[in-house]
Design a protein around this ligand. Structure first.
Ligand code: ZN
Length: 99
């Protein structure tokens, strides 16, 4: 299976952008589910989040995605997320301490 990392990261902010929809799905559904799972199973905070993310990326490695390319793309995504967090905080942002 060929995985096009460029196709999975380059996107726009239109309503029907599939990458934006994927991000939305993760923040609305997966993040709260992981947090609830950790809490209900007495697992350390972020243990499901971290290992879930790693195992999901591991599935990409298993499908032939180059690790260096994956790490590079992941670094870029984390940069974008950090930037978004900084912007949200500058704007007053989402309420703190609710997670
Ligand atoms: Zn998008």
């Amino acid at each position: 299976m060929h995985v096009n990392l460029k196709e999975l990261t380059e996107h726009d902010m239109t309503d029907d952008c599939p990458i934006c929809q994927a991000q939305q799905f993760v923040t609305v559904a997966l993040l709260p589910a992981a947090a609830a799972w950790e809490q209900n199973s007495d697992l350390p905070r972020f243990s499901i989040a971290l290992h879930g993310a790693a195992e999901l990326l591991g599935a990409m490695l298993e499908n032939g995605v180059d690790r260096d390319a994956l790490e590079s793309v992941l670094g870029g995504l984390l940069d974008e997320i950090e930037q978004r967090i900084a912007e949200d905080r500058a704007l007053g942002g989402p309420p703190q301490g609710t997670a």
